[in-house]
Design a protein around this ligand. Sequence first.
Ligand SMILES: Cc1ncc(C[n+]2csc(CCOP(=O)(O)OP(=O)(O)O)c2C)c(N)n1
Length: 544
Amino acid sequence: MRKTVSAAQAIVDSLIQHGVDTIFGIPGVHTYRLFDALYERRGEIRFVGTRHEQGAAYMAYGYAKSTGRVGVYTCVPGPGVLNTTAALCTAFAANASVLCLTSEIPAADIGRGFGILHELPDQLATLRSLTKWAERIDHPTQAPQIIAEAFQRMTGGRPGPVALECPWDTLGVTALTEMSARTGGLEPPPVDQDAVESAAELIQNSKKPMIMVGGGAVDAAAEIAQLADLIQAPVTAHRSGRGIVAEDTPYGLGLAAAYRAWSDTDLLIAIGTRMELQYLRWRKLPPNLKIVRVDIDPRELIRRPCDVGLVADAKMGVRALNASLRSSNVSRHSRETELMSLKLLARSEYESVQPQVAYLDAIREVLPRDGFFVEEICQVGFSARFAFPVYLPRTYVSCGYQDNLGFGFMTALGVKLANPSKVVISVNGDGGFMFGVQELATAVQNQIKLIIIVFNNRSFGNVLRDQKALFHGRFIGERLRNPDFVKLAQSFGAVAYRAENPAELKSSLTAALNDNGPVLIEVPSEPDSEVSPWPFLHPWSAGR
Ligand SMILES: Cc1ncc(C[n+]2csc(CCOP(=O)(O)OP(=O)(O)O)c2C)c(N)n1
């Protein structure tokens, strides 16, 4: 359909055509036209205003990461864009389809250094260095096609963030525009049957295979469960792949239990994962280990070579592998008893990581199976990576390898907005929570029923412990003087509780399920009162 529209109208129309129902952000003079176009379509696309651009970008990240759909935010150019870069690099790290929609100085002035409001030397180059793809929309007639391409790039192949900028004046330029653009995802690569047969052969020759799944495998849960059953292999994950196989079933192995099986493993089947856990954390590869990889991103097979590499969508690749194994009647003895006892052994080992494990148990008892847990860079968050069982794909939301302090609370708001009928719990340290504390206002204003736990040890606890252990107590920059978190949350208009121990946390969480709007629960403790979770995350450095 052709219409005379402004670039701003064409952009908003294209977003709606691609199914976008929510956009996070903050307006400014460069984007007024865009906001006016959003106002015209306010019945079809919801705008959620935030108190800082980083909040908008993290919310878009949480929206994308928890659903697999595209999360969209908008901000002014220059400082506005730069305020979102930690979230953009997180989206890149964790393969999330996030669209950054921004503006520019007037088109004819770009790159000329006049010193115009919010000017950067080369914003497009900056955005290109942080995303999978970035482009400028120079005219309304280009908007539908460029947005279609943006969606294709965000969701096709390995997902990732994309940025688009449309200059301040261009947003208001009108032209007769073809509104329907060619859309559609990228075709997945064809599955190479020869590679499938070679992988199947390695699998048949293995005695103790292990399957490692990452974020690239979240949509292949059924196929992976079949593979695990066929070859009696445990399935483990580090962060984004958690819950693909439920961790309360014999074959879903948390990383602490999986580490116990690692030295005997003779074949690693890595599906949609960088294998960061094995290469950077476990480090020591078992002698004679063979590796089969299934990955849609061919560059992965170059980064970390393997014995057989299958460039494929996880679902299609594993389905082909299963068919090949079935046709050769592979059959294995059950490893259920062995795997269940590994789980018990691991639990008895990490039981010592207190009080985090007791708090995580309390959260798990209250959070429904399909509820979301958003971790943080804090003692409870780190411990959750091995001590908080996950049951469904996408329900454990992490920031991938960036480990950027403060991402959690803001991300969790986006998770809750995208999954309004599900319970969402965000765990935070006092340090990380204060990175996004202003978004309590967004939570209250939009009645976002998120449960926020703040574990307040009055310190950057991880730094404190490191300085004590590695620098003989030469403490610097580790102590935090905090507000009263309960009063602070109440002053924003949120419900707030204080819980002094795991039992109190459990009852506060139970109460929170029935409260309206956001709830903050503060859990106070003394500095340096947590047992280190690191021996379970970096066992090589702890000599394990
Ligand atoms: C963006 C960013 N800044 C700094 C750090 C370094 N860092 C890692 S953990 C940590 C302390 C976290 O403190 P808090 O949130 O209070 O959690 P705790 O460790 O006390 O449980 C810091 C400063 C980081 N990972 N990311």
